[in-house]
Design a protein around this ligand. Structure first.
Ligand SMILES: [Fe+2]
Length: 172
């Protein structure tokens, strides 16, 4: 008798991300976002992992780093009221909400002016967004809810380059 054991959802998601991250660069953000969104709402996605929050700021927990340094996958944990800076991305990115809800605000910017809010959308569990490296694509993620939120993100650089090569910050 043959038993077929399916992989845990996190392993299946990471395999999908790995395949998507090897597509031509133009196709990567959308394909990686689809790979994340397919599993983001699964309650067992982070089973067995300890992903604590921090009272001071949202925190990143590394889920997978591509050995070749082409991308890294992290879980971000947001307490109520915590938010990202207003930022654009120096690399492609994709994410989806795993637990709770996040608010994403997009900004427009005229030359020489500071970015101003242009649109906001509420992202519930399983919903997400993606984009290429684009200094004009400015946004901020925030947890405006009353409970901790968790989102899954993939960026097109190695984890040890996140500090300098992911966010181009306009306002903290
Ligand atoms: Fe971002």
């Amino acid at each position: 008798m043959t038993f077929v054991r399916s992989l845990p959802p996190r392993d299946t998601m990471l395999a999908g991300i790995d395949a998507a991250a090897r597509l031509p660069e133009h196709d990567r953000p959308g394909a990686v976002a689809a790979a994340i969104q397919a599993f983001a709402a699964d309650p067992a996605l982070l089973e067995g992992l300890d992903c604590p929050c921090c009272p001071d700021r949202y925190v990143r927990h590394l889920l997978h780093s591509d050995p070749a340094g082409g991308y890294a996958v992290v879980a971000l944990v947001w307490r109520p009221g915590q938010m990202s800076p207003v930022h654009a991305h120096r690399t492609w990115c994709a994410f989806a909400v795993h637990h709770g809800a996040l608010t994403e605000t997009y900004y427009s910017q005229d030359e020489g002016d500071l970015p101003v809010p242009a649109a906001t959308k509420l992202l519930m569990r399983g919903e997400g967004s993606h984009g290429p490296a684009d200094p004009a694509l400015i946004h901020r993620l925030a947890n405006l809810s009353c409970r901790t939120a968790i989102s899954i993100h993939c960026y097109g650089v190695a984890f040890d380059r996140f500090g300098q090569d992911v966010n181009e910050i306009h306002a903290a």
